[in-house]
Design a protein around this ligand. Structure first.
Ligand SMILES: NC(=O)c1ccc[n+]([C@@H]2O[C@H](COP(=O)([O-])OP(=O)(O)OC[C@H]3O[C@@H](n4cnc5c(N)ncnc54)[C@H](O)[C@@H]3O)[C@@H](O)[C@H]2O)c1
Length: 346
């Protein structure tokens, strides 16, 4: 099968590209240039892709032409401005990319008859946050205090309106929680911030240590997206789906930072940055019962393993190991835990 991954030069996109290739699929991508030090570059992904296209998805015409040329069987739309703090600095860029970019991809899919299924990725932050401990379910009200959350809620509503108004390609929305894993180079995210500081031998500086997040390893999240693709291709799967970890993985930022520091080595440490910061939700939880019961999805890695695999990846690469080899090794180990056969040779 031929997959188009938008945002393939980003953290989740690079993992998904390698995961799909491990399962024997062809993968194309459209995105902006990778960030310095990205997994995309470190894993030498460009050369292994059917098409590796640089395209700004805010530009509808160019995006539609790119998707038509690629003519994929399945689209997984992940390209986005995905950071809460950056959305306060660049609200227009965030809304244009996340809302109008999603519109471009929806239009492109409608014009490309080869596409048999589409998964549009939003986030757990689409829910109107009422600081409740019980996880949000798919039918809860959407909202968005910060520009990122609002832009993703808008994109989410746009997808459901589009699929109701223009039925055609089977399409689903995937909402995942705080995804961690090796090779994330974003600024202002916990694991990359910790790992950069640990690697430099400095104490990490952490905002909102008491905030609770649904931590999940990137491989579990992506595994859910691919089960959703299977469901869409088999005639089900439409609508919105949460992919969040079991409730024991709803942990504070401080818990995750403590565990990461212990996993890194003696001497790794962090301190709370109690300065003034823009608003971020204090409590974010997600109820993934629908995905568990209807797709048979569940996390293979618990909170401890998700943090340990992330730190292990970074320690090995920091020590000079090949990023592609480490990533593929983790993909295979995870696949074995989930009963996925090793690489399908073509
Ligand atoms: N990482 C998480 O914890 C998390 C959690 C929930 C949802 N998500 C969602 O998952 C998706 C991927 O997130 P990520 O963590 O890999 O982000 P990332 O920043 O690592 O990657 C973003 C990708 O989008 C591309 N992109 C950005 N603006 C673009 C534009 N205007 N035109 C074309 N491409 C553009 C970038 O080039 C990159 O390939 C996003 O939709 C994000 O909102 C991420």
């Amino acid at each position: 099968m031929h997959f188009l991954v938008t945002g393939h030069t980003g953290f989740k996109g690079a993992w998904l590209t390698l995961m799909l290739q491990e399962r024997g699929h062809d993968v194309s991508g459209i995105a902006l240039d990778p960030e310095p030090g990205s997994l995309f570059d470190r894993a030498r992904l460009s050369g292994s892709m059917a098409h590796d296209i640089r395209c700004d998805i805010r530009d509808g015409e160019t995006t539609r032409a790119a998707v038509r040329d690629i003519a994929p069987d399945v689209v997984i739309h992940m390209a986005a401005q995905p950071l809460v703090r950056a959305s306060y600095l660049q609200p227009r860029w965030t809304v244009e990319t996340n809302v109008m970019g999603t519109m471009s991809v929806l239009e492109a899919i409608a014009e490309t008859s080869s596409v048999a299924a589409a998964v549009m990725v939003t986030t757990d932050k689409v829910y109107r946050n009422v600081d409740r401990a019980a996880g949000y379910v798919e039918d809860d009200a959407l909202g968005g205090h910060d520009p990122y959350s609002a832009s993703k809620a808008m994109a989410d509503i746009l997808v459901s309106s589009w699929t109701a108004s223009f039925p055609g390609c089977p399409t689903a929305v995937a909402r995942a929680g705080n995804v961690i894993g090796g090779g994330d180079v974003s600024g202002d995210r916990l694991m990359p911030d910790l790992i950069r500081a640990f690697s430099a031998g400095e104490p990490a500086s952490i905002r909102y240590p008491d905030a609770v997040r649904p931590w999940q390893h990137v491989l579990d999240c992506l595994d859910g997206y691919l089960l959703l693709v299977d469901a869409l291709l088999s005639g089900g799967g439409q609508g919105a789906w949460n992919f969040g970890p079991d409730p024991e993985s709803f942990r504070t930022v401080a818990d995750a930072a403590d565990l990461a520091a212990r996993a890194w080595s003696e001497g790794a440490s962090w301190q709370a940055d109690r300065g003034e910061h823009p608003h971020e939700a204090a409590l974010l939880t997600l109820d993934a019962t629908r995905a568990r019961t209807e797709l048979g999805w569940r996390d293979a890695l618990d909170f401890q393993d998700a943090v340990r695999w992330t730190v292990d990846w970074a320690r090995h690469v920091d020590a000079g190991a090949d990023a592609r080899a480490i990533t593929v090794d983790q993909i295979r180990r995870h696949g074995n835990m989930r009963g996925v056969p090793d690489r399908v040779e073509r």
